[in-house]
Unconditional design. Structure first.
Length: 484
């Protein structure tokens, strides 16, 4: 019963990514006064993932969990009374963050300081523009109310009756209609306030005509989006030729005009924030030994220790019993955290080293050479439970000479080619994409033809698998890939 919470903590820390682990460490530094930072790092631990006296964390499903309890006994022998007293009691005790006390630069704060701040929200930017529009007071208030309903794409999709029902007293439906017209005509970027895609693109075409003058291509572009939008989406250009009387060349020229339009004008003012990926593992090629070497990305992971002053206080018999117990409990928690982080790093590196050995051809030649690698195979090779492998690779990324990849990508299943070579499903997808990239754009392969092409490459897969992989890679069907 005493072991379970600690084992749960170890499993949680094993599953954390580099950024999540940093957050966890900062939280523990804030609430545990005996936990401290040290500049010391063990080079051999970074390279091999091994620490003296360290044992692999076992997460098995055997009933007696003998290895788990043996590890607990070892910890009890190593840490003595501090480990035995593992019941943490709350106490009013707080110390400033050790980062600030030691004068150490906080890497997370540095990163935040060097990261571009998020711009004002779309509504705020539109309201700033609206304040400079010269109009009567009723229209101004109506416009302010309307801007609250514009979505992140820049559209006003809410029904006008509902907007009028929620309008402040004194604002009529006529005021709202007039304000909406002003918003469409005077706010930037053009297209803000449109009710749907066709109106959004039409507003932008009108703005281009006003600025550059009318021409046939712009007129044809308006015709295409107002009358033949569905045929455009399905790439049925011959049908448009037959129905509209335009030639293929005229349609293609009109499509070039349409490419200038923005179907989501609101995103230009408030773009989506790009997710930052911090690799947990860095793999580099060693030309001297013709091998790939993996190391932990320790740049943002602080080294931890037990504060020596608190360690001395725990041994001081002159301290009252409650103080000594409080310090001992927190020392036990700190040691568990340090041990769990060491176990995480060790397990992660051991798993990655197996991946590097198994995926050498991928590192040498690229994604088409990715091999099937079941987690159970890695678990058996390392002598650990498959759940430990799964937690070790969860939400983690590996930086390689070929780019940054999710670690879980290397554990896909696969198939066997006609030559007997094993290929992962990711490698099969890469081969499929290569075939599509090299097809004749005027006569693209159908899914049945792709099956035949894959068979020529030595891979037999079903048509539904081709369609599934094509969809996962966001590749449209043949009729929409065809160029005229």
């Amino acid at each position: 019963m005493k072991l379970s919470p600690r084992m749960i903590q170890s499993m949680e820390i094993l599953q954390l990514s580099a950024m999540a682990l940093e957050e966890r460490i900062d939280t523990e530094l804030e609430k545990n006064p005996v936990l401290d930072l040290t500049e010391a790092t063990l080079d051999h631990e970074v390279k091999t993932g091994k620490t003296d006296g360290e044992r692999e964390m076992v997460v098995g499903d055997n009933d007696n969990a003998s290895q788990d309890f043996q590890r607990a006994d070892d910890l009890n022998e190593q840490y003595g009374e501090d480990w035995a007293q593992n019941t943490t009691e709350s106490a009013e005790f707080h110390t400033p963050t050790r980062r600030a006390e030691s004068g150490e630069r906080d890497s997370k704060m540095d990163a935040m300081a060097n990261t571009a701040s998020r711009g004002p929200a779309l509504t705020d930017q539109l309201e700033d523009q609206w304040r400079f529009i010269e109009t009567d007071e009723a229209t101004r208030k109506a416009g302010e109310h309307l801007l609250e309903f514009i979505d992140e794409d820049g559209y006003l999709r809410t029904d006008m009756e509902q907007i009028a029902h929620q309008a402040p007293p004194g604002i009529t439906r006529e005021d709202l209609d007039h304000a909406l017209m002003e918003i469409k005509l005077r706010l930037e970027p053009t297209g803000i306030g449109a009710r749907d895609l066709i109106e959004c693109m039409t507003l932008q075409l009108d703005a281009i005509i006003e600025e550059e003058g009318a021409d046939d291509d712009l007129d044809h572009a308006r015709l295409l989006i107002t009358r033949y939008r569905k045929d455009l989406e399905m790439n049925r250009l011959p049908r448009i030729v037959k129905a509209s009387g335009l030639t293929i060349e005229q349609i293609k020229s009109a499509l070039d005009k349409l490419k200038r339009l923005d179907p989501r004008p609101g995103r230009r003012l408030a773009p989506e924030r790009t997710e930052i990926i911090l690799p947990d593992i860095i793999v580099e090629y060693d030309p001297v030994h013709d091998a790939y070497v993996a190391g932990l990305n320790r740049g943002r992971q602080p080294a931890l220790r037990i504060n020596p002053q608190y360690r001395q206080m725990a041994k001081d018999r002159e301290q009252d019993r409650s103080t000594r117990k409080y310090i001992a409990d927190n020392m036990s928690n700190a040691r568990w955290l340090i041990d769990a982080i060491q176990q995480r790093n060790s397990t992660l590196l051991r798993v990655v080293n197996v991946v590097i050995d198994a995926q050498r051809e991928f590192l040498d030649h690229g994604e088409q050479h990715l091999k099937p690698l079941p987690m159970i195979q890695v678990a058996d090779q390392l002598g650990i439970h498959v759940g430990t492998v799964s937690r070790a690779v969860a939400d983690k990324y590996m930086q390689t000479p070929r780019g940054i990849f999710p670690l879980r990508m290397f554990f896909s299943g696969g198939t066997e080619s006609s030559s007997g070579e094993e290929m992962s499903w990711s490698a099969v997808q890469a081969k499929l994409k290569e075939i599509i990239d090299n097809e004749d754009p005027k006569a693209p392969f159908s899914d049945d033809a792709l099956v035949d092409e894959m068979k020529k490459a030595g891979l037999e897969i079903a048509r539904r698998t081709v369609a599934k992989y094509r969809g996962q890679m966001n590749i449209p069907p043949a009729r929409r890939r065809k160029q005229f």
